[in-house]
Design a protein around this ligand. Sequence first.
Ligand SMILES: Cc1cc2nc3c(=O)[nH]c(=O)nc-3n(C[C@H](O)[C@H](O)[C@H](O)COP(=O)(O)OP(=O)(O)OC[C@H]3O[C@@H](n4cnc5c(N)ncnc54)[C@H](O)[C@@H]3O)c2cc1C
Length: 432
Amino acid sequence: MNREQQFELSRRRLLGAGAALGGLALAGCASTPAGPSIGRVVIVGGGFGGATAARYLKMWGGNVDVTLVERNAGFVSCPISNLVLGGHKKMADITRDYDGLRKLGVKVLQGEVTAVDAAGKKVRLAGGGELPYDRLIVSPGVDFMNDAVGGLQPALDSGRILHSWKAGPQTVALRAQLEAMPDGGVFAMAIPKVPYRCPPGPYERACMVASYFKVAKPRAKVLVLDANPEVQSKKALFEKAFKDHYAGILEYRPNNELKEVSGTSGQMVAKLEFDDVKADVLNVIPPQRAGDIARSAGLVNMNNRWVGVNWQTMESTAVPGIHVLGDATFSAPAMPKSGHMANQHAKVAAAAIIELLQGRPASATPVVMNTCYSFVTARDVIHVASVHQYDATEKTFKPVAGSGGVSAGANQIEGRYALSWAENIWGDMLAV
Ligand SMILES: Cc1cc2nc3c(=O)[nH]c(=O)nc-3n(C[C@H](O)[C@H](O)[C@H](O)COP(=O)(O)OP(=O)(O)OC[C@H]3O[C@@H](n4cnc5c(N)ncnc54)[C@H](O)[C@@H]3O)c2cc1C
């Protein structure tokens, strides 16, 4: 092997390891030297998956031509948004811009991708323009199956009911509903059956709203209507938090699937299988599926809801040349739909695309990891962590035995870690 071949091999090993390590060790040391473009990558969606992919394609690929299309002007984080509902953080704390990516040379376009022409290798924009690509990344997050609950669509359209499961204007509006709610009123939240984005998110939300009521509206109640038979993440820790901090305020009801909603603002009714629940504020987290563009692009091929991918490259198993990240994917066993995991998917895809654009195979042994922190009070936090290794025989990621785990108990040190985690992952994805 000559020196050039040896250098190339080391660079590719580094890229593979970078995906495995979450890329943290590689900033600045493995970028491809500037030169002619090795290809054009268009990315749909500037959330956890899409923004991370844009950054790492630039950082690891150097001369990849990257265009990111995002419908919103800036990034608003779902992680930490429950603290805004609790009154412990402001929208400005969870909002960032895309200037860091622009400085890296990513072309960031605010707009909507309305169609994908996989045969012609181009996407269509709402304004009528087209963007050609060599490889396409689609990271659209989730959209909602509102038809699954009678009366939900008109209630959401009128703003009487909010999901607040995409951070932004709905977060602000739900906080306003909570502030307007009378002391002695009821806040009810409906959780859909799994899989949904962020398994611990609803239980964190219940704690954050209860923490607000405890101080500001001590006679108000939080009623958690869970379609699932039990708490879906960090069960014992959440149950302890419900008991230790919110006894008499928060009531958890498993096996309570929402069937229908009715009522007017301030007097909503949630119809369950056996009874009706009246609520001053009704927050419905609807059942979810891959974002609309994944569906219209013909990428949805699992349970009519999610996108199957080749986990070594994140390339769709339905449409070649399109890589799908994050919540939209059909999750591997025990893999959560989380921002952290979307960030990891993006690094696997970025490393793979850089290789594929140059006619080389992707890393055969990717490893990804996840940590989800949840606030149970304004300061006390619990976490769950896991590591997932690609299994060549089963062609999927599998949890690594003995890795990860959960907190021994809620504590304030993890409260500081959680806020640092958020700042670090926003920095990692947005180069801020
Ligand atoms: C309340 C709550 C709390 C959470 N807490 C945590 C947490 O603590 N830790 C954690 O890891 N995860 C958490 N999550 C989950 C996390 O937010 C998601 O898993 C993550 O956002 C998924 O990333 P993604 O790239 O798949 O989608 P997103 O981050 O949602 O990004 C999708 C982007 O695509 C854009 N888009 C979609 N379609 C188009 C189109 N056609 N054209 C242009 N743009 C488009 C959207 O505007 C959006 O910006 C939480 C979620 C919620 C709701």
